[in-house]
Design a protein around this ligand. Structure first.
Ligand code: NI
Length: 169
C-alpha cells in the first residue's frame, strides 16, 4: 500500500514519463499496490504520480472494488476519440474534501498498453469516460481544479493553503 500524495506536491503537476519496460516484477508490484491503495481509499481511479511515481500508469475501477473484473490497468494511455459532453461532480484522492462539477466528454476511446506491453483499446461512457479523462489528465500533470473557473479554483487553492499552514492537510 502506498501513501497518497496530496495537492501541493509538485509531482502532481508535472507530465509523467512513458513506461518502456513491461512484464517486470517491479511493474507488477506497482500495479498491485496501486489497486490496493485505490480500494482502501474507496476511489474509482488512481494514477502513478498520486503514489509518488512519475510514470504513465493508471488504474481504474468504477465499482470501487465490488467487481474485480471491472479493474482496468492503463499504461501509456492516449485518448483517440471523444464524443458528447457530460457535467457532473468530480473529486480526487489527492484533493480530499473538495468536489466540484466538471464538464467532460460523455464517451471516450483510448489506446494503451497492459502490464505485458500488449496494446489495448478501451471505450467508456458516463462514469468510466469521466474516470479515464481524469486519470489521463493526471499523467499530463493536470488536476481537475484546472477545469474549474479561475474564481472557484483560487477559492479552493486558498482553502488548501490555509489547511497546509495549519498542518491540517
Ligand atoms: Ni485524481
Amino acid at each position: 500500500m502506498y501513501k497518497i500524495v496530496k495537492y501541493g506536491d509538485p509531482i502532481l503537476e508535472k507530465p509523467c514519463d512513458p513506461i518502456t519496460e513491461f512484464d517486470t516484477p517491479e511493474l507488477q508490484e506497482l500495479i498491485e499496490g496501486m489497486i490496493e491503495t485505490m480500494q482502501a481509499a474507496k476511489g474509482i481511479g488512481l494514477a502513478a504520480p498520486q503514489v509518488g511515481v512519475s510514470q504513465r500508469l493508471t488504474v481504474i475501477d468504477c465499482t470501487t472494488g465490488e467487481d474485480p473484473s471491472q479493474q482496468i490497468v492503463l499504461i501509456n494511455p492516449e485518448i483517440m476519440d471523444k464524443e458528447g459532453s457530460q457535467t457532473g461532480e468530480e473529486g480526487c484522492l489527492s484533493i480530499p474534501g473538495f468536489r466540484e462539477d466538471v464538464t467532460r466528454a460523455r464517451k471516450v476511446t483510448l489506446r494503451a498498453q497492459n502490464a505485458k506491453g500488449e496494446p489495448v483499446e478501451v471505450t467508456g461512457e458516463e462514469l468510466l469516460a469521466r474516470a479515464m479523462q481524469h486519470e489521463v489528465d493526471h499523467l499530463n500533470g493536470i488536476l481537475f481544479l484546472q477545469h474549474l473557473s479561475p474564481l472557484k479554483r483560487d477559492l479552493i487553492r486558498r482553502k488548501i493553503r490555509k489547511m497546509i499552514k495549519a498542518g491540517e492537510w
